[in-house]
Design a protein around this ligand. Sequence first.
Ligand code: PMP
Ligand code: GLN
Length: 378
Amino acid sequence: MTSRLPAVGTSIFTRMTALANSVNALNLAQGFPGFEPDPVLAERLAYHASHGKNQYSPAAGVPELRHQLALKYGYHADTEITVTCGASEALFSAIASVVSPGDEVIIIEPAYDLYLPAVQLQGGIPVFVRMKYPDFTIDWQEVQDRITARTRLILLNSPHNPTGKVLTAADISALEQIVLQHPGLFVVSDEVYEHILFDGHQHLSLSQSPVLRERTFICNSFAKTYHITGWKTGYCLAPENLTRELRKIHQYITFCTFTPAQYALADYLESTNSHQVLSEFYSRKRDLFLSTLDTAVFRPLPSEGTFFQNLSYAHLCQRPDTEVSVVLTEKAGVASIPTSVFYSDATDHHILRFCFAKDDETLLAAAQRLNQASRFLG
Ligand code: PMP
Ligand code: GLN
């Protein structure tokens, strides 16, 4: 059979987690919290599962949850908000809503692994624009230069996985200029790390720009904000005309999202502002990890947001990052993600991505193991 995705194998997250488990390494590879959600949220889930909220919900999402999201983001609950199975489904449906065969899609690299296959499955043609190494800034002139009459979509992600970069006001205004000049252009904005920011960086949602809001699908998730990656609950915010198209696709991919979780999240959003402590919570974890790390061995790159810390070993050796991540997992007992996998041409800057959404003990142990790991890099 001819594969529709010939270049795709098993995701790096699945592979590194399997390897970490098989050798009993500390898993700082796949991005997921090593701790439990608020018991109040878990209690609400159990409550709704035992109080009659177990059947299909409305395809757009339960009204109570859309109401809470409307209050939080200022989108219309009935016409502009759709609850999805994680940000993954929101991204997939948004891309499918606007990309037809032969349409060009600008993907900023390094890029989260879902974007490229989602574009390719629609027959879209990826056009890659790289963030500038080593600062990982976006050259908007280059973006502009790569736009043609066939460009249909730009995919953005801030705070950015895997670099931890955050879009600035200058980035937003450059994007506004581009969108104003190209009436047929849409934007998908992946904002799943919106509440995890460090050192005074602010999250500038594309939804806050009147120009961009009209053309943008904001894809988001409860996963990172509430430590529930396994609940696969997310949402898409988009103006009515875009939401109408997105819902056509969403209703045939999943129809609706796990009903008891939606009710639980609606209750939770109404009763707490727990996301407000997230930046401080994770910034302390990042700092604990970094303060224990011997930076002569692994050199940290700036992390402005997300729960990822990139470490460079370029000064020690030039072995491929895919190889080094495996060696470190097997020999040093710490699993990470090689960042070359986020480039279409496997560009290797000799940087590994470490997830610090772990308990303090794990972070300390991981840093100590990494401090002893230079002997495996020769
Ligand atoms: N976008 C980015 C940048 C991510 O890191 C992730 C993974 N957590 C997702 C989307 C997918 O989110 P979800 O698990 O809600 O589908
Ligand atoms: N978003 C997570 C990460 O970047 C992984 C999600 C997944 O395993 N698909 O590590």
